[in-house]
Design a binder for this molecule. Structure first.
Ligand code: ZN
Length: 112
């Protein structure tokens, strides 16, 4: 279990609890409290979705790295790395799954 998955489960649990409190606030008749709880519930559900995506990405990168270490030539992931995704393809991470970009980002001082 990755840290992303653990965090996603916590966020999802929080989203469920705040959704239940939303329903309770509606039945009691507090619209402001219900709105606030609904907002928190939707926000936590969005956070859980992002962390599940991070979990899937981490598993895909680990699988890609394992295939690469075994000598196979797996196709690069899309996007090739998270730095490329956030940098519009101009910068790449050292763990980039595109071998050409990985070569250009390797620090040659550490290999000597
Ligand atoms: Zn990349």
């Amino acid at each position: 279990m990755t840290a992303h998955r653990r965090t996603a489960r916590a966020c999802l649990t929080g989203a469920g609890l705040t959704a239940a409190s939303t329903a309770y606030a509606v039945t009691v008749g507090h619209p402001i409290l219900a709105g606030a709880a609904l907002y928190v519930s939707v926000f936590l559900a969005w956070c859980a979705r992002c962390h599940y995506a991070g979990h899937r990405r981490q598993l895909a990168e680990a699988d890609w790295e394992q295939q690469h270490v075994l000598g196979r030539t797996p196709p690069p992931l899309n996007p090739c790395c998270l730095l490329s995704r956030h940098g519009d393809g101009t910068a790449h991470d050292r763990r980039c799954t595109d071998l050409f970009h990985r070569l250009t980002t390797t620090d040659l001082r550490s290999s000597t």
